[in-house]
Design a protein around this ligand. Sequence first.
Ligand SMILES: Cc1ncc(COP(=O)(O)O)c(C=O)c1O
Length: 428
Amino acid sequence: MTFLSDEFPIFWRKARGSNVWDVDGNRFVDLTAGFAVAGAGHRNPRVVTALRQQIAQLLHGMGDVHPPEIKVRLLERLSEISPFPDTRVILANTGAEAIEAALKTARLRTGKPGVIAFTGAYHGLTYGALAATDRELFRVPFEDQLNPHVVRAPYPHPFRPPSGIAGSDDIGAASLAAVRRLLDGPGGESIGCAIIEPVQGRGGDVVPPDGFLSGLAELCRARGVVLVFDEIYCGLGRTGRLFACEHEGVVPDLLCIGKALSGALPIAACLGPADVMDSWPESTGEAKHTSTFLGNPLACAAAIASLSEIERHALAARAGQEGVRFFERLQALTDRHACIGEVRGRGLMVGLDLVRNPGTRKPDPELAGRLVTGALRRGWLLLAGGPDGNVISLSPPLTISRALLDSSVRMLDDLLLEAVASPSPAAD
Ligand SMILES: Cc1ncc(COP(=O)(O)O)c(C=O)c1O
């Protein structure tokens, strides 16, 4: 299942801040933050201290029966940062599991099975989440077992608008019109949930046009549809605000977070206001939604410490400021390299959309692959993202130094110059 090649993988031995060392002692700068997890830096010292203290106390509890005290402390902390006035939280062990909790909550709240999900979406690979995820690679073998009540709306991707809204002058409005058609069309009355990433991560660092998310929220509110924002990738400071939805001042009905929540250990959460979350029936002896490791004490300790670090170092604001500078420098590369179709993103969540031909915008995954392996040889960890694998996706730790960000731009410039000097046989 795992991708292997002569160049891949390196085996990690240790990490600190923005650096990772492999088993051979080579040091790499991690421009991925380990899948956008190490927001407060790899092995953040305060997270490590919190874990040490927790190890000395309790490693495992009985999450929904006799919960560890630290689980309560994390829930209180999440309530403090939550955008909702009276917050309820369902903890999860992975992002996909938090999405499952959100989908179940929406079902309970509305009694309706239908879900609107968007093109290019990535919500995880468990069955409920996979049904909302839009990537053939992951779906095809399981298509006949996926929730048939999920319908797909076009995500307003400004550079690569999906069919249905391509050619429109205002793709945000066109996408909203498509959502409205789904809600008003045949079967629309059975839709009770809409799920969306406010900024798409694995879809290729896509920021929707201003006004789109608030328009979507308005539409959902008017129809009683539960709106779920999946901020598992873009949340917790990455885009320059604690939550990406703050850029537009939109508050969803449910909000999922994960990845950078603990910065290290597997934990995620679905947050919502009491009036939505209290749709869960009161337990009569058995929890209706739980798991063995629910509220694992180590993961909770890491999450509390990691959230404090994000706050203490104002990492959201830092991501915003450094992100602007980083973006400008990357943007300057477009003048020098026609193969960069677009630089896009928000904060320290930036994508370089590589094209074979600037006119046709045909994606160039082969070039992206060469950049990833070329960077690896020079000591930089990069990932290629987007549905076509042609987007160099940059999501460094929010603590990364300005000097490293600047040299990463020089590194990309060099690699792109090299690529032009030895074009791939497939290039046209
Ligand atoms: C936006 C988004 N949602 C959900 C997930 C799934 O999270 P996990 O891999 O922890 O299950 C991811 C993972 O990349 C993600 O980017």
